[in-house]
Design a protein around this ligand. Structure first.
Ligand code: ARG
Length: 461
């Protein structure tokens, strides 16, 4: 590579070694920041204009040249063919090529260190917003399917053993809540991302008195960083974003795992439509939940990016070190993975059919109403521990008889607890079981209906 491609070439008398360049250069991936970096450069040029470091004519030329680059990037297919070291030097070289000598003034009073920190934050801001939008789409899909199967009942599990009956809509709303927290987290990290480092220079602050607040306003940043050393070496926001993305992926993975289990022949609570399923190359009968498995599988790589960033940063002396260039691919892949995963999760939810009869059957067999029987006895004055013990013996008896608790007569039940009321059989029926969970956050039809409308309301924000 000819030496003059390097913008820092003045001090060097040898061209970069080919392998060094391949190892060092980031343009092949950081070109993704092109548009954001041009926006930052335009704002910087305007900052230099306001500080009277550039004349109006010079600033106009630079801003005009940079704006033209945005257009050229759209139109010329070979625009990005370049040996440039990174996106920052690429843009500067392109500008100089386009407008000549004046272009050489753009980098006045800035370093790639404050530039890349600014560009990355600007880029991430948009990605946070689009990610939050996709979370919302998935939440809407969950509410839609919940409303489509308002009355569907299924077993709730602990230890993956049948525990108590719940409404399918209640299960949907559980994932809605997780995603609600994820969206809140994105909103919180946004305010920490939305801080302008430009003006921090290489590490000490720039020697030109640019109005940083004005640049922040021009780029829509909420505030400016307070310490130049911190500003150029801080990637907390990238760690935070990948941590939030990890939580999103963990939630999607659990959703996927639930659906994989429910879609198995053994459970059969849901069927995945053909459009979101795959077949087997060998076994003609198979219909596999590949997309759900990928949702589960992709979580690991996002967790990995989070750990990679923390590990990359932990031993770095202040301020900028080239190690930090490793933030890009971690962040880019995190954004790409979480976004496609959210889209995939939404279509999976949209394309499940709930087998209401099978789910109801599972919810009403296997003694899921044992707690309701104990609760009934408590209402008749029995101490809970005593009731628990009595119902345990009744369950054992029913298992021996090959019956459900609801198959036992009132007299049979009274063998275990004399306090059982005439209304005991009704009290352990599925309707009473669900209706009794009327506490806020419970699975009673009334509470779930309220939660569904609250969820709809929430999605309006
Ligand atoms: N490509 C570099 C990065 O992403 C840009 C900053 C380079 N700064 C430097 N002093 N070499 O981190």
């Amino acid at each position: 590579m000819p030496k003059d491609v390097r913008l820092w070439g003045g001090r060097f008398s040898e061209a970069p070694h080919e392998t060094f360049a391949e190892f060092n250069d980031s343009f092949r991936f950081d070109r993704r920041l092109f548009a954001a970096d041009v926006r930052v450069s335009i704002a910087h040029a305007n900052g230099l204009r306001r500080a009277v470091v550039l004349t109006n004519d010079e600033a106009d030329m630079i801003v005009g040249g940079l704006t033209q680059l945005l257009i050229d990037a759209e139109n010329a297919s070979d625009f990005f063919e370049s040996e440039a070291e990174d996106v920052h030097t690429f843009i500067e070289a392109k500008l100089i090529e386009a407008i000549g000598e004046t272009g050489r003034k753009l980098h006045t009073g800035r370093s790639r260190n404050d530039q890349v920190a600014t560009t990355l934050r600007l880029w991430l801001r948009d990605e946070i917003e689009s990610t939050a939008g996709l979370i919302k789409d998935l939440q809407a899909a969950l509410i839609d399917i919940a409303e489509g199967y308002r009355d569907a009942v299924m077993p709730g599990y602990t230890h993956l053993q049948r525990a108590q009956p719940i409404l399918f809509a209640h299960w949907c709303l559980a994932y809605f809540e997780m995603l609600k927290r994820d969206r809140e987290r994105l909103g919180e990290v946004f305010t920490r991302v939305n801080v302008l480092p430009l003006g921090s220079g290489a590490l000490a602050g720039t020697g030109f008195l640019i109005d940083r607040e004005a640049i922040a306003a021009e780029l829509g940043f909420g505030s400016v960083t307070a310490n130049s050393l911190d500003a150029v070496s801080d990637r907390d926001f990238a760690v935070e974003f990948t941590a939030i993305a990890s939580l999103v992926m963990m939630h999607l993975s659990r959703l996927a795992e639930d659906l994989i289990i429910y879609a198995s022949t053994e459970f059969g609570f849901v069927t995945l439509k053909d459009a979101v399923s795959s077949g087997s190359s060998l076994m003609p009968q198979k219909k596999n939940p590949d997309a759900l498995e990928l949702l589960r599988g992709k979580a690991g790589r996002v967790f990995g990016h989070n750990i990679a960033l923390l590990t990359m940063l932990k031993g770095l002396p202040l301020a900028y070190n080239k190690d930090m260039q490793e933030d890009k691919e971690a962040l880019f892949d995190t954004v790409d993975t979480v976004k496609i995963s959210l889209r995939a999760a939404a279509i999976m939810v949209e394309n499940i059919v709930v087998n209401e009869a099978a789910a109801m059957d599972a919810a009403t067999s296997g003694y899921l109403n044992a707690t309701d029987l104990a609760d009934h006895l408590v209402r008749k004055g029995v101490a809970f521990r005593t009731a628990h013990e009595a119902v345990g013996r009744a369950v054992l008896y029913a298992i021996d008889e090959g019956k459900e608790l609801s198959d036992l007569t009132v007299d049979e039940l009274r063998e275990f607890a004399a306090e059982a009321g005439d209304d005991v059989r009704e009290a352990i029926g599925i309707g009473a079981s669900l209706a009794s969970k009327a506490v806020v956050g419970g699975t009673s039809p009334e509470r779930v209906a309220e939660a569904l409308s609250a969820a709809r309301e929430h999605l309006k924000n």
